[in-house]
Design a protein around this ligand. Structure first.
Ligand code: TIU
Length: 222
């Protein structure tokens, strides 16, 4: 067992049971012409976490620790897209419609691929998920249980949507989760701040947070 200085108290973990989870670092969320921009979001708000996540990926890989990537996307026939989701957002351009990076949020299209700075390595797990919760409609839980992974270091976009949803659902399944403060961003900075505060409130009701340098410093000592 080892520990990182974190909020609301030190985060204890065993190095053999930890993984980095990078949520939805896709062109559709981070680049012009994608899903997020179609919803009217200001993309500049989520750029700061990109180099931080790239550095964490490098640190985990150097330490020989698992890096897991998720991507929010749907099947080309839209069979996994509920009407309740398709009907939300921009009424003029919806999930599945053609955009500058291919069909919006569809698996296999350019927009649903990862941004160049956060590309998975060939052997790393990529979880294609139809929802905000990484466990919904995927084999994520089975994968983690098979590898005896109990501790998740969580990063990605957007903080209060897929990141927070996944963190809460992971906590309900028994995972100890740490959300990296500078390794996540929202289109709404106030929502990011509220999420960071809410997960550690009430004695860490959902988990822990800390900055990436604390994790990277710790990995460097291994
Ligand atoms: N719109 C928004 O903030 N997020 C999403 O739709 N998905 C994720 O958070 N990945």
């Amino acid at each position: 067992m080892t520990a990182i200085d974190a909020k609301p108290f030190p985060y204890h973990f065993d190095i053999d049971h930890i993984a980095l989870v990078c949520i939805d670092m896709q062109r559709d969320f981070c680049l012009p012409g994608g899903f997020a921009e179609s919803l009217g979001n200001n993309l500049s708000n989520i750029q700061p976490c990109i180099p931080v996540i790239a550095k964490l990926q490098e640190g985990f890989r150097k330490a020989g620790l698992p890096v897991i990537h998720t991507k929010e996307c749907h099947k080309p026939d839209l069979s996994d897209l509920p009407t309740a989701k398709r009907n939300r957002g921009n009424p003029k351009i919806k999930i599945g419609d053609p955009g500058p990076m291919g069909r919006i949020l569809i698996d296999g299209e350019e927009g649903s691929d990862f941004i160049p700075d956060c590309q998975p390595l060939e052997h790393e797990l990529v979880v294609a998920k139809p929802g905000k919760d990484t466990f919904y409609g995927t084999n994520f839980h089975e994968y983690l249980m098979r590898r005896n992974i109990t501790n998740l270091i969580i990063t990605g976009v957007t903080t209060e949507v897929c990141v927070q949803t996944t963190m809460r659902c992971a906590n309900d399944r028994g995972y100890d989760c740490l959300l990296v403060e500078d390794g996540t961003d929202s289109f709404f900075p106030e929502f990011k701040e509220a999420t960071l505060k809410s997960v550690v409130a009430q004695g860490g009701i959902v988990g822990w947070t800390c900055s990436s340098d604390k994790i990277l410093d710790h990995l460097a000592t291994l």
